[in-house]
Design a binder for this molecule. Structure first.
Ligand code: IVH
Length: 704
């Protein structure tokens, strides 16, 4: 640094902008020297001072925060993290099938949705589900431009430098690829390479890797590409994201095209015309599993015709046109050392089995869920028993039963507690249904007075699908929850942390486990999430029954935080119109509305929400396709439809920005009526609402 530093308060906006530009470049250069060249030219303290100044200027001039600001690359030192990449097309996950019947149901669902006649063939492909990690490779002009991990499906990490070291990933495509092509597939490590890697580790006295998948993931997410290069990662291509011109119109055709461009594709992928053949192929792959040189954990089925895939679309995060048929779970026996009680966000008491560590399917398992008291009774297990543990995919391990011959003489019964394990010892009550029937869930009635529930609420608030604050995970939440100088007891407290820290004599940077860099990174990470999408805001509140999908539905329907908040308060007041409006939304019913009413009917919650809203800027929800002629209109479908199923009609309308409602009211703009329409058609006539038929609807949306 050459120019003398001017006090932040004295900077003009112009000076601030110039300095932010300089700091961004300078810090990036130091990062490069430190991480890529391993040759830093400044001390940690000097580096820290640069980042602090950058942050101070940004706090004084929030409008000037640069897209390439070091504070945006948060968590750890800057390049201790990868840059984020927003996927042009989201990377979806797959629904699971665990039995032949699940697969038959899948094919049936697809047929029903598409209204296929009983005799129409529906070609479906079957291929191994590779147990690795997915990667998206963007090629522009046939050359690799960006490689990104899946991340949360919307935003992943930029691992381009690492992907370039994988021999299966071509830098330049062969043949005649489209101008823009995103290739998706699985990065994995073969059994032989995994064993060889572990042999080397052993020879060097280093700890052994647990399984090929984790090792592949760890290898790809190395900041130093030369480490990735030293691990023989492989890649299978099986899907795509953005494609400027599709080279084929079937799944098989697309995969063949990917092979032509130079990718390895799986030769066990086949196409079949009926479900029995799919299941037969599943059986074959299951038999071959043991001899394959890589791990697979199931078989993926995909509707072959891409036009049909597009009609089917997706629900939440999974396509309707594909499913993963998982192999049966793996099992192992181990000793049940004890049973602890965990208190969840909603106060539910869940017994958790503490197990003698055991490897099941390549992963060390130490805990298993026992769900509830009845489950313990049903299993008949006692502490000290040898139990059978099962782990299926990413699901929490489960206990299947115990080995009778191995029951020790001193095996103890577990007694379910009558009070919450927190210091308040609040009595535990069983849930009752509307009809007064006792449920199996025991709940602590302490709600926000119960420290366990409060802490779980905060954990939920910062979780990945909610506010997703980097560097503020479960451990840190617990730290701040219990910290006397900088307590975080409610979501709003997170956003006043930096301010309180500045005013406090006991600074975060001086606390055990923190330093000036990690503290300033945390404050920067919090700052970047002060602006938050509406659906994340709603989901983050942790209202019972309001999961991500419901939060998204509410966000899209109401558009702004103000509107959501008004509607929630109205519902809590018992306003019948507000309730009807909410009820008209897709997939929202009494359970959700009652939960929203209960939440906003509570003084404490209203106070919490207001304090939070005062701290954050909530971005309005994007209305899908707002330029379509029907965008923003409320439409009711009634009667029979001939060209598509009701579900498909609804999904399509939503893509055009329509709010599909189940009932006709004064807010309805249009009714699409097919043969057999009854009371809704009558009501539309009474209210003078426009009614059209199915063909009219297609013409209106330009799909006639
Ligand atoms: S298709 C839209 N095909 O499984 C469908 N996925 O549980 C996108 N995976 O995230 C996925 N082998 O990482 C597909 N042959 C295969 C696969 C496969 C493994 C993984 C992939 C995905 C996950 C979903």
């Amino acid at each position: 640094m050459t120019a003398p530093e001017i006090d932040v308060e004295k900077l003009s906006a112009e000076q601030a902008a110039t300095e932010l530009e300089r700091l961004a470049a300078e810090i990036a250069e130091h990062d490069r020297r430190y991480h890529s060249d391993d040759a830093p030219t400044v001390t940690d303290a000097e580096y820290d001072a640069l980042r602090r100044r950058n942050l101070a200027i940004e706090q004084a001039f929030p409008a000037l925060v640069r897209a390439d600001s070091p504070s945006r690359r948060v968590g750890g030192a800057v390049s201790e993290k990868f840059e984020k990449v927003r996927h042009a097309v989201p990377m979806l996950s797959l629904d699971n099938a665990f039995s032949d019947d699940d697969v038959r149901d899948f094919a049936e669902r697809v047929r029903r949705y598409l209204r296929l006649p009983a005799d129409a063939v529906l070609p479906i492909t079957a291929e191994p589900k590779i147990d690795g990690l997915s990667l998206s490779l963007r090629y522009e002009g046939g050359r690799l431009a960006v490689a990104a991990t899946r991340g949360d499906g919307q935003v992943g990490e930029n691992v381009t430098a690492n992907a370039r070291t994988i021999t299966d990933i071509p830098e330049i495509l062969s043949g005649n690829p489209p101008a823009v092509l995103e290739v998706r597939g699985e990065v994995y490590l073969s059994h032989a390479d995994f064993l060889e890697l572990n042999r080397k580790q052993e020879a060097e006295g280093k700890p052994l890797y647990v399984n090929p998948r984790n090792t592949a993931a760890g290898s790809l997410r190395q900041l130093d590409p030369s480490i990735t290069a030293s691990r023989p990662l492989k890649f299978f291509a099986y899907a795509w994201g953005e494609v400027s011109t599709m080279p084929a119109d079937t799944q098989m055709g697309m995969v063949a095209a990917l092979a032509d461009y130079g990718f390895r594709v799986n030769d066990l992928m086949k196409r079949f015309d009926d479900v029995d053949e799919l299941l037969e192929h599943y059986g074959k792959i299951e038999v071959e599993r043991g001899t394959l040189p890589y791990d697979i954990d199931g078989v993926v089925y995909k509707v072959d015709d891409i036009a049909l895939q597009e009609r089917l679309g997706f629900v939440s995060r999974s396509p309707r046109w594909a499913i993963a048929h998982k192999f049966p779970a793996e099992k192992a026996a181990t000793v049940l050392n004890g049973i602890d009680i965990q208190v969840g966000r909603t106060g539910a008491l869940t017994p958790v089995a503490r197990l003698e560590p055991v490897t099941v399917g390549g992963v060390v398992v130490t805990n298993a869920t026992l769900h509830n008291a009845e489950e313990i009774g049903r299993l008949g297990i006692k502490i000290g028993d040898t139990v059978i543990v099962q782990r299926a995919g990413d699901v929490i391990p489960q206990i299947l039963g115990f080995v009778e011959e191995k029951r020790p003489a001193d095996a103890r019964n577990f007694t379910f507690p009558e009070v919450c394990p927190c210091h308040l010892k609040t009595p535990v009550a069983r849930d009752t249904t509307a009809g007064g029937v006792e449920g199996v869930v025991r709940r602590c009635s302490g709600e926000f007075a119960c420290p366990y529930q409060r802490i779980e609420h905060l954990r939920h608030f910062v979780s990945r699908r909610a506010f997703d604050i980097e560097g503020l995970g479960e451990k840190q939440i617990e730290f701040f929850f219990n910290d006397e100088d900088l307590p975080v007891k409610s979501p709003a407290d997170i956003f006043t942390l930096a301010e309180r820290d500045a005013a406090s004599l006991k600074k975060l940077k001086d606390k055990e486990g923190w330093g000036s860099l990690s503290a300033s990174n945390l404050f920067a990470a919090i700052e970047t999430r002060r602006t938050i999408e509406l659906d994340r805001m709603i989901y983050g509140l942790g209202i019972r029954h309001v999961g991500e999908t419901t939060a998204r539905t509410l966000a899209r329907a109401y558009g702004s935080w103000q509107a959501v908040h008004d509607a929630a308060l109205a519902v809590a007041r018992g306003d019948t119109q507000a309730r009807e409006d909410m009820d008209a939304l897709d997939d929202i019913g009494d359970a959700v509305i009652d939960a929203v009413a209960r939440y906003f009917g509570e003084d404490h919650n209203r106070d919490l929400v207001e304090k939070l809203a005062a701290q954050v800027n909530v971005v309005d929800a994007e209305m899908p396709q707002s330029d379509s002629p029907v965008a923003g209109k409320t439409v009711v479908f009634t009667g029979g439809l001939e060209r598509m199923s009701r579900d498909e009609a609804k999904a399509m309308a939503e893509r055009f920005g329509v709010k599909v409602s189940g009932s006709v009211s004064s807010k309805t703009d249009l009714v699409v009526a097919g043969p057999g329409a009854g009371s809704k058609l009558k009501k539309a006539a009474e209210l003078g609402i426009e009614v059209i038929d199915e063909n009219g609807w297609f013409e209106l949306i330009g799909a006639g």
